[in-house]
Design a protein around this ligand. Structure first.
Ligand SMILES: [Zn+2]
Length: 457
């Protein structure tokens, strides 16, 4: 046939080799992920400690088995251990610290899981199970990327250091100390694979996180509950008093914050769908401000309330009422200042001489943001664009990851690239957590291409 030419791949040979190896080995990495998901490594108090330790051992063995240059536990004395491992590469290239965590959230309500939380199952191209994405997938992305990079990049493979933590879900209480203990962690850049892409096809680097603090508020009017028929009227209702305080939160004025220059496009339609809002439920901000409000504005949520209880809801005038509120604090705002503003507001809003108590929970989480001009961000955005076949975005995130703030505090000049395999379907922390296997593969490929780009001008 005239003009016929066989189609050759336009990929450079190294890239083709990487993709071939990755395609051939992906199943075995998915199997390792499944094995990790089977271990119920919930780091919360009251859950089986042995399982968390068993998972730490399993991760340790993974590195040992794959002949990493140095593998050891960190912080064994203070809590659940972290695993440090190093794969030595070209010392003339920038080194990279790879972070993930092996502990997971509790499974929540067992009856809502389609397949049991700790029995991994693949359905419709997604692997389901607790930790399948958050964050055992992070371990797999780093491990696969490092081992395939070592094989394919040869002398151009940078030194890769691993930090796999075991207490992230319980707020990384010992991470600060552990980072001080291990001087060898300091690297030219860090990749924290514990976050979310924009959606199933669009990769993203997260550049900011909100911090968090939580309060318990209790109001009390008298020593004991009363018969509501006999006494209501002149005697204040503690439940309504608390409701009065909570309803006034919308009036709190916070200092101004800065925002991203450009927000990705996101509207009411997307928000309604992703949050499964009921048809009539209103959205509280203008459409153009949705992302700004999620990422860069403080928000107060009432996470639990108690005044009497539903089961024994008789005709009782309650003497006390309690609520727990959590407050998300955007980058650029001081946690303590925000706490003071809110406490002052609650005191002023408390009606009828009710006795008020405010308790601040331990474990505040600092907000975090990073500049994105550093060349490593450009290289990662380019690597993701190649790996996913779609332009990568820089986004924010309204959630809190205390570990990221701890990491940037310990290593001030080290750029942190916050990546991840989650997407809007992942449901991390909820039931039926899952990871897209296609995304897992693209995330591994992107990370290898990032390593490769460190040797390029
Ligand atoms: Zn996580």
């Amino acid at each position: 046939m005239v003009g016929y030419a066989p189609k050759f791949s336009t990929l450079p040979p190294m890239r083709r080799q990487i993709e071939n190896i990755l395609s051939g080995e992906l199943d075995s990495y998915v199997q390792i992920l499944k094995n990790l998901v089977k271990i119920p490594s919930v780091s919360f108090e009251g859950f089986e400690q042995d399982s968390v330790k068993k998972c730490a051992d399993a991760v340790f063995e993974l590195f040992k088995k794959n002949n990493f240059n140095e593998v050891r536990f960190l912080g064994e004395q203070t809590g659940y251990p972290a695993i440090f491992a190093e794969l030595k590469g070209n010392s003339n290239l920038p080194s990279v610290l790879l972070y993930a965590h092996y502990d997971v959230q509790p499974p929540m309500r067992d009856n809502l899981w389609v397949s049991p939380a700790f029995e991994p199952q693949v359905r419709g191209g997604r692997l389901y199970g607790r930790g399948a994405s958050d964050d055992k997938a992070g371990i797999i992305v780093h491990l696969a990327a490092a081992l395939i990079a070592k094989k394919t990049l040869g002398k151009n493979c940078p030194t890769l250091k691993f930090l796999i933590e075991g207490e992230e879900e319980s707020g990384s209480p010992n991470l600060g100390a552990l980072l001080k203990e291990c001087k060898n962690l300091k690297s030219s850049a860090a990749i924290v694979c514990d976050s979310s892409n924009w959606d199933e096809t669009t990769p993203a680097i997260v550049s900011s996180l909100r911090g968090m603090l939580a309060l318990e508020i209790e109001v009390k009017s008298m020593e004991k509950p009363l018969h509501s028929g006999i006494w209501s009227g002149p005697v204040p209702d503690a439940a309504q008093g608390l409701a009065h305080i909570l309803a006034s939160f919308a009036k709190i004025k916070f200092p101004k914050t800065h925002s991203l220059k450009v927000y990705p496009s996101y509207g009411c339609k997307e928000l309604k769908k992703e949050c499964a809002l009921l048809d009539e439920t209103q959205i509280l901000v203008k459409e153009k401000d949705i992302l700004k409000s999620l990422w860069h504005i403080p928000a107060i949520t009432v996470t639990a309330m108690e005044a009497g209880n539903r089961k024994n809801a008789g005709n009782v005038l309650q003497n006390s009422a309690w609520a727990r509120v959590s407050i998300r604090v955007p980058p650029g705002m001081d946690l303590k200042k925000v706490l003071n503003i809110i406490k002052k507001h609650i005191k002023a809003a408390c009606p009828w001489g009710l006795k008020l108590s405010i308790k601040t929970e331990n474990g505040m989480s600092e907000p975090w943001e990073t500049k994105t001009e550093h060349e490593f961000f450009k290289k990662m955005l380019a690597a993701m664009e190649k790996g996913y076949g779609k332009k990568a975005l820089i986004t924010g995130c309204g959630a809190s990851i205390p570990m990221v703030a701890a990491l940037s505090k310990a290593f001030k000049d080290m750029p942190i690239l916050l990546t991840g395999v989650e997407d809007p379907k992942t449901n991390a922390h909820g039931e039926n957590e899952s990871v897209s296997l296609a995304v897992l593969k693209k995330a591994i490929l992107s990370e290898i291409l990032f390593f490769a780009s460190l040797g390029e001008e």
